[in-house]
Design a protein around this ligand. Sequence first.
Ligand code: SP5
Ligand code: ZN
Length: 344
Amino acid sequence: MKISYTIVRCFTQEMKIFFDENQLLHAPKHEFTGNGLKPYPERPDRINWILEAIEASKLELEISKPEPIDSSQPKLVHTDEYVNFLQKIPRDLKEDAPTMLLVSEARNLPSTFHGNLGRFFFDPATPITASAYTSALGSVSSALAATKDLESNNISVALCRPPGHHATRSHGGGYCFFNNVAIAAELLNRQGKTVSILDVDFHHGNGTQEIFYTTDKVQYISIHADPDSNYPFFWGSMKEIGSENGRGFNLNFPIENTCGEDDYIEILTKSIAELKEYNADVVLISMGFDTYYLDPIAGLNLDVGAYNKMGELLSDFNHIAIILEGGYHQNIGKCFVELLRGLS
Ligand code: SP5
Ligand code: ZN
């Protein structure tokens, strides 16, 4: 008797991708760079590039709309004052950014929206529009839906835009308003779960680091371009290891801007060993594609294949959510698909 069989690589798990259309509303035109006005790189098109590439890839993935949320979720990590300020953006605001950042004690509190921008943003390059709050809330809802989905699936994806990892408890900046990954991690903590955040965006996630700096319930590991010469400059050195209960639970791996795939994978492998040692209930990836070699504002020496390897290495984890951060080149769609292929 001849027994014939085929081995089918089966995708035993569904992978859901969360995204809310409100996230496309925030669409500033320009960014102040210190070297003139430039087209704003954090565009709604970024999401379209990813969705188009997923469609073309024939990967069977389901795009789901997250449950709506309200201001109480951002308030899990952000100050009431900051969240309330964003909630009250004038409806007729076209596009604005602070022209004065508050860096010493204020002796006058302005009543105007523009004047107050300097109290709530740490850089002048994160333009605010009438839709910023609605889009940022949509972005948080995607992150929260993806983490909730881990109760029934091993992997989930949140197409977060605007991104989040630069937003601190009290300030927006770096194109970020609400810290999506931090809000998800905080909620998981409150459900009694430990969390690891691996941040592979080109830029150090100063906001996420700050929010969890003194806790051992969230491990934060970041691989990023050396802050000595890259945004956000004042955070991201190896010396920053956490403090109080959090001592040893913050790990920064600064790398050179010329870093290629082999060196990158070596550091990623080290980071993954640290994640495994901590053994969190849930792993959240702050996923930036601005490490791609053609990125218009950043870029290491990584090509699409690197994201496939990244996905393969990350597929070891059982409860893992991919949370989008930066990445500004049209090819982020292809990079994203390679990541998903590596993961599945
Ligand atoms: C989430 C994220 O990736 N945020 C990055 C914020 C970086 N903001 C400052 C970058 C300055 C880049 N200069 C633009 C030059 C355009 N040719
Ligand atoms: Zn970035």
